[in-house]
Design a protein around this ligand. Sequence first.
Ligand SMILES: NC(=O)c1ccc[n+]([C@@H]2O[C@H](COP(=O)([O-])OP(=O)(O)OC[C@H]3O[C@@H](n4cnc5c(N)ncnc54)[C@H](OP(=O)(O)O)[C@@H]3O)[C@@H](O)[C@H]2O)c1
Length: 274
Amino acid sequence: MKFENIHGVQIPKIGFGTWRIGGKRSVDNSLDEISMQALQSALALGYTHFDTAEFYALGHAEELLGNAILNSKISRDSLFITSKVWLDHLKYDSVLKACEGSLRRLKMESLDLYLIHWPNKLIKLEETFKALNQLVREGKIKHVGVSNFNLKDLKKSKYLCETPLFTNQVPYSLPENKYVKKGVVDYCKQNDVLVTAYTPVKFRNLTVNKTLKSIAEAHGATPFQIALAWLTNQPRVITIPMSFDPQHQKENLEAADIDLTADETQTLNQLYPR
Ligand SMILES: NC(=O)c1ccc[n+]([C@@H]2O[C@H](COP(=O)([O-])OP(=O)(O)OC[C@H]3O[C@@H](n4cnc5c(N)ncnc54)[C@H](OP(=O)(O)O)[C@@H]3O)[C@@H](O)[C@H]2O)c1
């Protein structure tokens, strides 16, 4: 595994996403068994960064993740846990309450990273950051970040955050370059804000793209691994693929060890219209 060293943290290039664990926009108990199995195999394979949110299955993803970690007997200190406050909870009191809820469901005393899941134009960032900064001072969260933030809100967040703003979690993959075009990815890379690339492999044509396939074959890898390696080869970029399948989880974890040549990177940069 390769790591990013940033703001005193060594964070793995590949973490584990939890969207669909325990449901999507609502609780789906029929998914509990496969969700627990997915979390248990991810922990056993050696994933240490888990990305969750109060929004995922209305908190049930956090609950299941907390259970899986407790059952695993893996020490809390060896893991890096990210959760997110939903956009309806960005007023001062609501942020504090939302964080308490996440900690309770995760059965943890603190979060390593707490993100504003989406911006909300109706609530001033000053108010939200007042609560987030307080949570850091109280030791309930160690680092603060944002998600789905444009350049203007990102810069403002960096200014308002009393500790170095840790990350902006955005959709970023071979075909997805919205945040590159907005100047967000470059700004992050140049200003020590980690880019956490979400939805890194869920796109059409991934398995049928001939160029991707030939680069994959050259590395004895799958096209999914090359899509992940294209991200992990970039400085200041980490990613958080999600899979229920232990074999896919293993392959995703191993993708961080693939070194792409300059030519391959150049080819991949030009693979989709950017
Ligand atoms: N901040 C935000 O607003 C936001 C938004 C979306 C996502 N996220 C975070 O980002 C995480 C990842 O994004 P995502 O779940 O949308 O998409 P993703 O991880 O790019 O793709 C997940 C899909 O890809 C498949 N897959 C994964 N690895 C594979 C492999 N090696 N080979 C073949 N298929 C593979 C999975 O199927 P199998 O289960 O069959 O492997 C699943 O259908 C989420 O879980 C969540 O934590 C954040």
